[in-house]
Design a protein around this ligand. Sequence first.
Ligand code: PLP
Length: 718
Amino acid sequence: MAAKPKHKSIHEKLTEISNNLWWCWQPDVAALFREIDPVLWTDVCHNPILLLRSYDADKLEQRARELVLHSRINAAYRRWQEYMHSTSTWGDANAGVLGHRPVAYFSAEFGMHESLRIYSGGLGILSGDHLKSASDLDVPLVGIGLFYRKGYFTQLVDADGWQQEEYSLANPDDLPMCEVQGADGNPLKVAVDTRHGKIHAKVWKVAVGRISLYLLDTNVEENSDEDRELTAQLYGGNQRTRIRQELMLGVGGVRALTALGIYPRVIHMNEGHSAFASLEIIRMRQHDDGMSFYDALRETAAMGTFTTHTPVPAGHDRFDGGLMEEHLGPLRDALGLDYEEFLGLGRVDPHNHGESFCMTVLAFKTTRRSNAVSNLHGVVSRRMWRNLWPYRSEEETPIGHITNGVHVNTWLAQQMRQIYDRVLPPNWFLKCGQKDVWKGFEDVTSSELWETHQSLKNRLIAFARYRLTKQAQRNKASDAEIERLQNVLNPEHLLIGFARRFAPYKRADLVMQDFDRIKAIINNSDRPVQFIFSGKSHPADDYGKKIMQRIVQLSRDPELQGRVAFLEDYDINVGRHLVQGVDVWLNNPRRPLEASGTSGQKVVLNGGLNLSILDGWWAEGFDGKNGFAIGNGLIHANQEIQDQRDAEALMHVLENEVIPLYYTRDVDDVPLEWTKRMKRAVRTLGWLFSADRMVMDYVTNSYIPAAGSVTSEMRLMP
Ligand SMILES: *Cc1c(COP(=O)(O)O)cnc(C)c1O
């Protein structure tokens, strides 16, 4: 007779749930945590582990009784158990060949939730969304990354509008992670060799639904004080920090998998940071299987897949020969390569001694499959890297593309989800990468869609006022200023959002090029326009900080009547409010430098309309009626003329399309032509730019071929 399962208290159930990040893409579970204690929930940065620490079993029991939460908590727990144990999944039917040897997905950053600050921006959030969809679809995959105790910086805007950076120290006890133990019961450790000794690391495990994410951390006593800090900050330090972090991520990551008894069948390197992983696998094949370097390279490349993420040169790590020899020297010895031969693996022209070692080149040379992150980025990448395949034409350069997508359940607002639940087929969220599932969105009534959108917009505005007030209090602003901030932004007026890194090619100030013109647009009394900005500047980038400061100063300009706002510390939480509440999402990069972009895809899900240059994903998403395009997608050879043209095109589409369409209302004050576009955007773009579709594409076009192939088309260089 089977033993009766032990009764669990609601505290035990919620504790179990809080230790798996699954909860963070279940809006109803997040709502439960918030309802238990809304004030504390905000104070602990939406971290349920910290919330539950303030509520022991009795106190929680009492609170749940007051709020009548028992049945909802029990239902959430049951749903979680079902999720973890279900076997009739997409992956079971379509990724079976990966079986017990998973895909190993390497990335320098992972952004799953604001409480686990091991991401900086787009790349990290993409990795997080990849893990979440792999979990939902049940694709056998493990993630490998680094644990940054101090994360990326927190941005504070001071009284002068200048960016200040703050690093805070995370405590692993407060986070959904546990130390991995070895067979002897002690913490599992790995080490990598350099010419000046070893660097050690321990391994943390984070549960992301069904997926395990392993994070390496050099904060162990075997290391020097300096090396204990090696993995403390994301994108901190200098080139030496960078190569040591990447050595740990790639080589240390493969060693950690081996120590865990995980022998991946496919290696996916998300961006070049982890490309040293290939070299370690080659070394293992030489050592374990007696292969020559080139045979081992061929076999390792066959199981490898590489995603390149940017055409901007600064986005590709390069190291000089000295740093390479200091850190990769021991591995080079083990591979049996001489110095120049080894450096040649990271050079477009292996014989050009003047060329530094590029991680992207190493990744291309040691994986047989590679892809860009949108159709247009594919074209640009083939042009950029064609010299790696000198005997091929540009069109034949073997770099494909898989367009990025976003994890629907993470970015979709709960109110909007209620509409989805009503008009889409049952369990639509298990199939959201499929086109047919989204057809029903056409049936939503315009007034209902508009009301839901307006309530989300109100929520964003309330959030903005709260944040701005707190910031002003910190900066000791006057009472009058604080009162003003409590009334900025009007929910009845058109609201345009813009949030991204302040990188020059993103041109955050494009909309202000003709200042008198944009001021007239903003201050038009019949049809006012409002802007809400957010974004961080790299700590070393004063140019970006100046653009940011200009925007902050505008937001304080009385002439603009509280119609421009800047929200500090753009992170997943701020991002979620923005993409769920704006009417329009503005994106005006210098084409073709935005490889994909994903924030606009999050906006789509919530009914916002994109207003964007035809770059990245929008170049393949825009169909004339599901948003707005800036310009015609042509590029002028002269950058200044290009900027001028795009600024003019932006003003033109604002004045002649966006604003009139928004303010044309029916008798019930609903903008019918606008809501038509909203519905079309959700229906035509939602599935196509979902992370489920993206992960299914990776499985079908990349992982399965890599798992099965040793003989398909070769593209290895000598
Ligand atoms: C989605 C997201 C990004 C990436 O968006 P882009 O369109 O690539 O700029 C960056 N940061 C945060 C916080 C996000 O949520």
